[in-house]
Design a protein around this ligand. Structure first.
Ligand code: LMR
Length: 399
């Protein structure tokens, strides 16, 4: 039987395949700086204390394992809206926000992609150049046509705001523009509050539809400041989408818990939008898995657990800031002939180093140091113990 003769070998995932290769590497000194997963100084991904306590409470109060509603629980929707939009905007937008619990941020993006393809039918969906390696695949799978807008200056390793705005001004009304709400993945180059205000105003004038990917809230400046962009759009009155993830800021990577929020123009429109979001969910995965959502509910609805969470996010964030500074200093002290001070300007877990694909491959093959071929590194993977090896490897690469 030759049913599968026509199946061709797919390319390896540019991010997740590196963790597979890392696991298979027998070098005891291997270092994984590829996938965006936070680790502590011991190189371990911590389970947050607030999560452990929430899970204890969930075990003590089991609920029947019937299906969740297609969009998850109303409690989850209310709590996640508040984290995303803040209390005031949540209240003023009221029923205009349509929210659904999704399997992670990826699930949220796919639900949005399907909804957009079937109900808005834009000519194109615009992604930043560069962007998260999975964005293009998700939107193509939803039958959308991804295009890119300029965002990053490879010379300065920072935002090219002028080129970015110029491109946004040329995107036609009705197209969708995907923006990284904070901690831009892969570059770490974010917009300032003034720039967010300008971009939000532009969306209203130009008539394109924003979709904000919000996967790293709390990893940049703090939970509130990182929401500036999302809230600037919400305050502007423009209809838009937000995909939210709790993988990173609650360390719930394998629980797959996130949300899609659609900010609509009025309550009647919200009803129609919600009905179509349900179709997208029902035809993809029917309804969301419950466990991660319950953890989020337990933590966000309890003052003690919630402030414990805020502190734990702050601890993760300070480690990232500390590692960035240590890394830049160690490079300078090693006499490496390149200025790495840009590391201190970038936000979140990722840094775009400017290393070429060949250099990324050399780090992997000669030193068992895994970074994404685009030159992206997860700085959170750097520890006091592995920093000297990383610096030496980079020195040998650049000398
Ligand atoms: C990343 O960019 O490394 C993370 O968002 C994990 C993933 O799924 O790619």
């Amino acid at each position: 039987m030759a049913h599968f003769d026509s199946v061709t070998q797919a390319p390896a995932d540019p991010i997740l395949s590196l963790t597979e290769a890392f696991k298979a590497d027998s070098n005891p000194e291997k270092i994984n700086l590829s996938v965006g997963v936070f680790v502590d100084d011991n190189g371990k991904t911590p389970t947050l204390k607030c999560v452990l306590e929430a899970e204890k409470r969930i075990q003590e109060n089991p609920i029947p394992k019937g299906y969740l509603p297609m969009t998850g629980t109303p409690k989850y929707a209310a709590l996640t809206q508040e984290i995303c939009f803040g209390k005031d905007l949540q209240e003023s937008l009221g029923k205009r926000i349509v929210t659904a619990q999704t399997p992670g941020g990826t699930g949220a993006l796919r639900v949005a992609g399907d909804f957009i393809a079937k109900n808005i039918e834009p000519e194109n969906i615009w992604l930043s150049n560069p962007t998260w390696a999975n964005h293009g695949g998700i939107f193509k799978a939803a039958s959308l046509a991804p295009q890119s807008y300029n965002y990053f200056d490879k010379e300065t390793l920072g935002l090219d705001y002028e080129a970015f705005i110029k491109d946004l001004k040329e995107i036609p009304a009705g197209d969708v523009v995907v923006l990284h709400a904070c901690c831009h993945n892969p570059t770490g180059a974010d917009l300032s509050p003034e720039q967010w205000d300008e971009v939000a105003a532009l969306a209203t004038v130009q008539g394109w539809i924003p979709l904000l990917d919000f996967a790293y809230q709390g990893f940049g400046t703090d939970l509130e400041t990182d929401a500036y962009g999302v809230r600037a759009f919400a305050a502007s009155g423009v209809p838009f989408f937000v995909s939210q993830s709790f993988s990173k800021n609650l360390g719930l990577y394998h629980d797959r818990v996130g949300a899609i929020h659609v900010v609509t123009s009025n309550d009647e429109e919200a009803g129609r939008v919600a009905s179509q979001v349900k179709i997208s969910i029902r035809t993809n995965y029917s309804n969301p898995p419950a466990h991660g959502g319950r953890i989020v509910e337990e933590i966000l609805s309890d003052d003690t657990l919630r402030s414990q969470w805020v502190n734990e996010v702050a601890d993760m964030r300070s480690r990232i800031h500390k590692v960035r500074a240590n890394f830049a200093t160690a490079m300078a002290e090693a006499g490496i002939n390149r200025d790495f001070s840009f590391l201190n300007e970038q936000n979140g877990m990722f840094s775009f180093t400017g290393f070429t694909k060949e250099q990324a491959i050399a780090l992997r093959e000669e030193h068992s140091i895994y970074i994404v071929d685009s030159g992206r590194i997860n700085v959170a993977g750097i520890t006091e113990a592995n920093l000297p090896k990383i610096v030496q490897a980079i020195k040998s690469l650049l000398d």
